[in-house]
Design a protein around this ligand. Sequence first.
Ligand code: S6P
Ligand code: ZN
Length: 188
Amino acid sequence: HLSIIDTANTIDYSNGEIKGESLINATKYLKELPNIFEDQQSFENTDPNKIIYEVQAFLPVKEGLEGGLFFGKTIIYPGKIGDEYFMTKGHFHEKPDRGEFYWGIQGEGILLLMDKNRNTWAEKMYPGSLHYINGHIAHRTINIGESILSFGACWPSDAGHNYQEIMDNGFSARLKEIKGKPQLIPVR
Ligand code: S6P
Ligand code: ZN
């Protein structure tokens, strides 16, 4: 007879946590993010082993395979370096025509987006917010709240990551807390 089986993987909708097989976990410490924050003094005065964000991903196929999908969850802790909130490195996809979905699960954030011509804009993230990130668009997430920001992501298994462009040139705007409120400030 034909059997009905349980899936190997589950997701907890309250916090986005994924359980099961083919999972990877990555922890990003402040010391691994030297070119992200503008305020060098605050960067040096903060514990280099402070955890800024954590990524979990369910990779059911090999990285680079055309036609597959990856499913992830990122949590960003609350905090600031100078007047900038904790955020991800941010990246373009290596294959620039590969898009991605993000959705807010917990907390309050900003999704910073930038096209190839360095035009930057932003979307609010909150539990239930849904974001389509076109290929060609760099993306970075920022926790503007006082609790954990967690969000889900789904992207093609052959998208790849181009971190270099952002490492070298950053985004064309920075999100800063000014008079207690997040504000986008153009760079130079
Ligand atoms: C992957 C997707 C996310 C990020 C994660 C961390 O395409 O966009 O899983 O990898 O949010 O950000 P970053 O910029 O350090 O990869
Ligand atoms: Zn991505």
